[in-house]
Design a protein around this ligand. Sequence first.
Ligand code: LLP
Length: 426
Amino acid sequence: MNTLPGDPHIHYREGRLFIGGIAADDLAARFGTPLYAYSRGAMLAALAPYQRALAGREHLICYAMKANSNLAVLQTFAEAGCGFDIVSGGELERVLAAGGDAAKTVFSGLGKTRAEMRRAFEAGVHGFNVESEAELEVLSDVATSLGKTASISLRVNPDVDAKTHPYISTGLKGNKFGIAHDRAVAVYRRAAALPGLEVVGIDCHIGSQITDAGPYLDALERMLDLVEAVEAEGLRIRHLDLGGGIGVRYTDETPLDVEALIRRLVARIDARGHGHRRLMFEPGRSLVAEAGVLITEVLYLKPGDAKNFCVVDAAMNDLMRPAMYQATMGIVPCTLRDGEPLRYDVVGPVCESGDWLGRDRMLAAAAGDRLAILAAGAYGMSMASNYNSRARAAEVMVEGERATLVRERESVAELFRGETLLPRGG
Ligand code: LLP
């Protein structure tokens, strides 16, 4: 059996899996499956090492809400003092709907539209992380047309290898993200010359699910070199945004110690004489992944010559990570049962061979049992789709003994709301 990630908020008690103070099976009985269940305590516990490491210095932790954009999750981080890292107008509306502070929100992403920029000005975001020269020109144009000034950071591509899955590595040269390191000073110069823009910072994000401190330390050195080169041009860099990317434990990874890593980064920043700058981080996964599980019911066991399949009611549309990145995620029974475990591929009902949630898992299971896919709080529901006309799962937030349905299960009628039939005579 897979071991549980080291999270005291999600644990076994007398053979039953608990999310906070409530058994996963009880949540499933009450809210149905597939069901995303989150522990609010676990989210706050994941935030704590960031806060501890940054206490006493000017900083802003911007939760990268693409990881999980449920309003109650955003509310949790807003109440804890966080800002947000957003990548679309839709995410901005969610921040506002959740009571988040636009003034603590940074707008990242390489394809911002003019309409999204206008809305961000109207809401009063903290600033824009700009990813290309072309975007600078458009942002300048939008800002001047509104009589506003955009606070900008350039997202610089430091060309370091984050040593993670190619789909989630973003800091290398051949990548679509950021401004090439060797172009950055020239682009800063251009930014300073354009109307409606005020340079305030520098930003980088080198990838995701990073479990090695080396790439962060390398990226930091390259960023600080750049800051010095940019300031030598007479520009002022007020903040350093070091992005997100810290990995979590899905199976046997050894995640970085967040507090220790940040303390190392801060020590280096101070040693190089940059300690006066405001520090920003954009963590997503590390704040929410291990705080969530996807609870699913076993529909059928399908033994075979080559493979045994355990067919469950959650599928790739609910949790895309295994199909998309061949990600291995822990799968455990919600209630431990006696019986000889068998080797199964855990698969969903979607008509694709790529629709699997786990391969070669040893499980003692029977139809009607429930399983939990672990560390599913990040990039689970936020990447869910309606493929095969499957309505999306419900989400529940557990605080101690209280469970709140924070997103209703989608109804089938909602799936084709907005579609019409072709006009036919009459
Ligand atoms: N900042 C920027 C600009 C980003 O692009 C991302 C993630 C983050 C922050 C947050 O990174 P995190 O702390 O979550 O690693 N769907 C993939 C992960 C995609 C990450 C995209 N960018 C997965 O399920 O593994």
